[in-house]
Design a protein around this ligand. Structure first.
Ligand code: GLV
Ligand code: MN
Length: 192
């Protein structure tokens, strides 16, 4: 379940309203979420689409310490490298086949081609991806032991920040010239 921090910080939250949501006023629909019956478009540079089912989309999850995403991948599509600071992730493939991989803190890369009906687990905080290595569309449901796992995309969190991380910091960190940093920024500033 969720440990103490469930958000990056705690200014205020729109989720939940525990004071006013007394039992008798709850409806069956408060525990239902249907948005994942259809996948998100994969018509983008990554060939992937994620339909989130965290507490912001599915308010009934509040305080329950779990959530679910749907991941759709076109052939060759990638759900690009990212981490979830507050959750492990269980990837259950429902259609097609995808290479699912993560990197542990000692730099070991663990990966597996996972097919329909099979599952793979990504420990909390590890950098990971899904890559459709099959010939047809692939789909997975991803389940989290947090109501709001958080997502940190590797590329965006370095090259599409507001304001920008200084050129010198990125150039030194990646041991490349500033031109390379500017090229990468130009790719990610507009999103996919
Ligand atoms: C997949 O990695 C997801 O975060 O849903
Ligand atoms: Mn993930």
């Amino acid at each position: 379940g969720d440990p103490d921090p469930v958000q990056d910080f705690c200014v205020a939250t729109k989720v939940g309203d525990s004071e006013s949501s007394a039992f008798p006023y709850l409806l069956s629909d408060d525990f239902f979420f249907g948005a994942q019956a259809h996948g998100a478009s994969t018509d983008n540079a990554m060939g992937s689409g994620v339909t989130p089912g965290n507490v912001e989309a599915f308010p009934g999850l509040n305080t329950l310490g779990l959530s679910i995403n749907r991941v759709d991948l076109a052939p060759g599509g990638v759900n690009p490298l990212h981490t979830h600071p507050r959750s492990a992730e269980l990837v259950h493939v429902e259609a097609g086949e995808m290479l699912v991989g993560f990197v542990s803190t000692d730099g070991t890369f663990y990966s597996k081609v996972v097919k329909a009906g099979e599952s793979f687990v990504i420990p909390r905080g590890m950098m990971h991806f899904q890559y459709n290595v099959g010939k047809s569309a692939a789909r997975a449901m991803t389940v989290f032991n947090s109501q709001l796992p958080g997502v940190v995309f590797a590329a965006q969190s370095l090259f599409a920040t507001k304001p920008e991380i200084p050129d010198a910091v990125l150039a030194k960190s990646f041991m490349v010239d500033v031109e390379i940093v500017k090229l990468l920024r130009s790719k990610f500033r507009k999103g996919y």
